[in-house]
Design a protein around this ligand. Structure first.
Ligand code: P6P
Length: 283
């Protein structure tokens, strides 16, 4: 497994360089979710595929930018599901973006996630790695080397509210819930980039990130295998919760298709329990 994390560090340095030097324009192709691909999306995906092609324990890859499963090494053990450059459209306005990695063993479903990691490409390159052995680990790159900063622990309650989706398409009970948090003094912190938005809550100590089902996206927008489950694991390992709109743990998701989405809520215990009440979840 260590060879996978060391490879992710090499990938991070290369993608960060591409973000800072390459063309930010659109390619003439779409990804499996029908989203127009940026040249950076394609380049980042290529960097990752090339890097893991040299790691024999990696059996296959599933990418947001590819339709199916890319077989790499028949005797490999792990399948890596990744979003090579999440929020890539924010790069051309100089906001932070990120890469997300879910490392699975066996069938591609939440309970088979062994570890996850994400990289934030911002004023600094930061990496968070989570395994089943303890709290998520936070690293920061300096001149191409990742230095360990510390373990990440979420408070029981804090003050960040990151509400995703288009407000006019929220359900009434979701809008009431979000407004009630603001009424309690929560701070609006939402950039439209899942990785920096979730990273901020983890590092600042807590709060809630929500991307509910909406009238225009009844199954939510964020993808289960390479966005939601990897972060759900990290939030749970940090002492928080990660659930869907029925109160089910996101770690129990079983995608039918590699690009399936789900409504998702990540946060500290107080905020998630408040959401369960607002959504009338039977506990
Ligand atoms: P909205 C970026 O496109 C992304 O996939 C995530 O990074 C982000 O959390 C979400 O979409 C933002 O979506 O609808 O709030 O703009």
């Amino acid at each position: 497994m260590q060879s996978i994390f060391e490879t992710i560090k090499k990938i991070a340095i290369k993608i960060d360089y591409a973000i800072k030097t390459e063309d930010l324009g659109y390619s003439d192709s779409e990804n499996s979710s029908g989203e127009e691909q940026l040249k950076l999306d394609v380049k980042s995906d290529y960097i990752i595929e090339l890097a893991f092609n040299d790691i024999s324990i990696v059996k296959a890859l599933v990418s947001e930018e590819k339709e199916g499963v890319l077989e790499l090494h028949p005797n490999g053990i792990y399948t890596i599901c990744y979003d090579p450059l999440d929020g890539s459209s924010l790069a051309d306005v100089n906001l932070s973006v990120g890469s997300i990695f879910g490392i699975y063993k066996g069938e591609l479903k939440g309970e088979n996630l062994i570890a996850s990691a994400y990289v934030v490409y911002g004023p600094r390159i930061e990496l968070v790695i989570a395994t089943k052995k303890g709290k998520p680990l936070h690293y920061r790159a300096t001149e191409g080397l990742f230095n360990f900063i510390g373990e990440i622990t979420l408070k029981e309650k804090w003050n960040i509210n990151a509400p995703g989706g288009t407000q006019q398409n929220w359900s009434n009970h979701h809008k009431t819930f979000i407004d009630a948090l603001f009424g309690e003094g929560y701070r609006l912190r939402y950039s439209g980039g899942m990785v920096p938005d979730l990273h901020q809550i983890l590092l600042k100590g807590g709060g809630i990130f929500s991307y509910p089902e909406t009238s225009d996206k009844p199954d939510g927008k964020l993808r289960q295998l390479f966005e939601i489950i990897p972060f759900a694991f990290i939030y749970e390992q940090a002492g928080g919760q990660a659930i869907d709109s029925k109160g089910k743990r996101l770690m129990e998701l079983v995608p039918k298709h590699p690009h399936d989405t789900s409504p998702c809520f990540f946060g500290s215990n107080y905020e998630i329990e408040a959401l369960k009440k607002a959504y009338k979840v039977k506990t």
